[in-house]
Design a protein around this ligand. Structure first.
Ligand code: OXD
Ligand code: MN
Length: 598
């Protein structure tokens, strides 16, 4: 493909000199290119063909055993001033990062092919959309980028002769975690990644461009880049409203984005606009509009079944790349939580013989599917709308066994930003490190915000001030457990019951009771017709315990203190207000027998 853009050509020349590949291939996004690369990957073993009769166009990739998740400790934001990256990011001085990584890139593509992948994030012709160009030496990355972004002509047409694109340099290097770095240079609109082939580290349009660099660009240009799904919900009267939801990785965003209404809610329909990332801008009518910058889904496989996500189950039967799932003797994939029972024998995610008696899991807990959005039967008719969809409500959700009720509403935009800023969640397998540890994850953006959280919250407040009709903001928690450790809320399709109340509240309807933390559904306000939830479980799900919240307030304060003077006053005010509201509720009996801190 002849790329005429002089800035792209000059940059490719520069990287060619640094990485010294044997050859350069310019990717055009064509079907012929996909077929050629797939054949090459089958020959090298980068892909394994799955049963083409049962699952046409599906392939399996097995990654290196130590390259299976995002590596947050090896991810850096390289701003000239450390404080601008904030305590929420690892930081390296730009010159040091360039020197360190240049030494690793030096000659790293010798014997390899350098692929140039121009890609568009967002619908063609949209003022939201941004162009990136990824240089990579991984065919697997090229094949995944073709699913996750709009590759080739749409990107080059959008860019024209401009040099305003994100320069995304990726090499597998030697795949060693000792020589693995994912460095972001916000001031140069550049990402340098080396040493990993894992999605979040290597498909640079996703977390690197569409969240870390885009959040920084959004701050400069007056918009927001968020780790949010976008869901359209149509009520039985035929009216469609849009909701976004920020949840940490592997907390069910893809399932919620493809939610199937329960049989006991006839007439309701849902439409997926996005499952992971939203770019949001104030519209001329004073509402907030969102697009999904991606073109595909990179979803967590384990747990995906007809019961948890029938839409995803159907969509991954063809044209899907599976990474690190198990392989059954008939050439079809299998994973924990699959509709079929465990096979008598299989190969596990590393290609080793596996039986149900094996002590290890067959599929890696962070195994993934990559599937084009066009295969999703509930994809929204607005998916390609260049103007985006107007957002009525925003959810901030997390995985909390205790303390946080099923749902509650903020009193205002500022209070809603505070609810997002104080989000905390138990960790999952989407990043390396211990699973199940409680950590603060503001707006589910801890691994993805490309600058200081203090400045980011101030920016949220500024965006809100521009909105005449801001979305209503809620916190949700599908993961509260009973004393036996069992989930109290059924989740999945039943989450629509919560969203129904959310949309009622967004329109000034729906019954609520005010508590120190915000508005919780009043008794009988949630539509539970046809659900077998007991009254006792509902009470537990909606309980607000002042003693628990006294501890939470203290831990929030400690967290905010770590940002020093960069915390906006509005957020401090909300914290102070919560502390006082809890204080007036608490009795000495509530605190008896508790440790301070949380
Ligand atoms: C993802 C993640 O892959 O959040 O979406 O890790
Ligand atoms: Mn994500």
């Amino acid at each position: 493909m002849a790329v005429e853009n002089a800035a792209i050509r000059a940059w490719v020349k520069e990287i060619e000199t640094l990485c010294t590949p044997d050859q350069i291939v310019w990717c055009d996004g064509s079907e012929a290119e996909r077929d050629r690369l797939t054949k090459e990957c089958l020959a090298t073993g980068e892909l394994i063909e799955l049963n083409q009769q049962k699952m046409p166009g599906c392939y399996l990739h097995r990654s290196a055993a130590h390259d299976v998740a995002r590596t947050e400790h090896l991810t850096f934001v390289c701003t000239p001033e450390k404080l601008d990256a904030g305590p929420n990011n690892n930081w390296m001085a730009p010159a040091d990062a360039r020197a360190k990584l240049s030494a690793l890139y030096q000659g790293c593509m010798k014997g390899r092919t350098l692929y140039v992948v121009p890609f568009l994030m967002g619908p063609p012709g949209s003022r939201f959309s941004k162009v990136g160009v990824e240089i990579t030496d991984s065919k697997y990355v090229v094949l995944n980028m073709r699913i996750m972004t709009r590759v080739g002509k749409p990107a080059l047409d959008h860019l024209g002769a401009s040099g305003d694109f994100t320069r995304c340099l990726h090499s597998l290097g030697d795949l060693s975690p000792d020589r693995r770095f994912i460095c972001h240079f916000p001031e140069d609109n550049t990402v340098w990644s080396i040493g990993s082939g894992y999605g979040g580290n290597a498909l640079l349009g996703k977390k690197c461009l569409a969240l870390r660099l885009a959040s920084y660009l959004g701050k400069k240009e007056g918009w927001l880049a968020e780790h949010m799904l976008i869901l359209g919900v149509q009520n039985p009267q035929g009216e469609t409203r849009y909701v976004t939801g920020a949840f940490p990785s592997a907390c069910g965003k893809t399932n919620l984005a493809m939610l199937q209404p329960p049989a006991s809610m006839p007439g309701w329909k849902t439409f997926t606009v996005g499952d992971d990332i939203a770019w949001l801008r104030p519209g001329e009518d004073g509402r907030l509009y969102a697009i999904n910058p991606e073109a595909g889904f990179f979803g967590v496989v384990p747990g995906t079944s007809k019961k948890t996500n029938a839409n995803a189950t159907a969509m991954i039967q063809s044209n899907t790349i599976f990474t690190n799932v198990a392989l059954r003797p008939d050439g079809t994939p299998w994973w924990e939580g699959h509709d079929d029972p465990a096979p008598a024998t299989a190969l596990d995610w590393q290609g080793r013989p596996w039986t149900p008696a094996s002590s290890e899991k067959a599929a890696h807990p962070n195994s993934r599917f990559t599937t084009p959005a066009s295969q999703c039967s509930c994809i929204s008719p607005e998916f390609e709308n260049p103007n985006g969809v107007p957002i009525s409500a925003m959810l901030f959700g997390a995985r909390r066994q205790r303390v946080v009720p099923l749902v509650y509403q903020s009193r205002s935009w500022q209070h809603g930003v505070f609810l997002g800023a104080t989000l905390s969640s138990e960790t999952t397998a989407a990043a390396t490190g211990k699973v199940g540890v409680l950590r603060r994850d503001p707006m589910a953006m801890l691994p993805f915000c490309g600058y200081n959280f203090g400045d980011y919250w101030a920016h949220w407040l500024e965006v809100g001030a521009k909105l005449k009709h801001p979305p209503a903001i809620f916190r949700t928690n599908w993961f509260r457990t009973n004393d036996a450790g069992k989930f109290l809320w059924p989740g999945f399709g039943d989450n629509l019951r919560v969203i129904k109340w959310v949309l009622e509240r967004a329109e000034g309807k729906g019954e609520a009771r005010e508590t120190p933390i915000g508005f919780v559904p009043a008794t009988n306000a949630l539509d539970l017709r046809g659900s077998d939830l007991s009254g006792e479980s509902l009470d537990k799900l909606l309980a607000v315990d002042p003693a628990d919240w006294t501890e939470a307030v203290q831990s929030q304060g400690e967290f905010f203190d770590s940002f020093g003077g960069r915390i906006p006053k509005g957020i401090r005010d909300e914290h102070e207000r919560l502390a006082q509201a809890i204080q007036t509720e608490i009795t000495p009996d509530d605190m008896r027998g508790r440790d301070a801190g949380n």
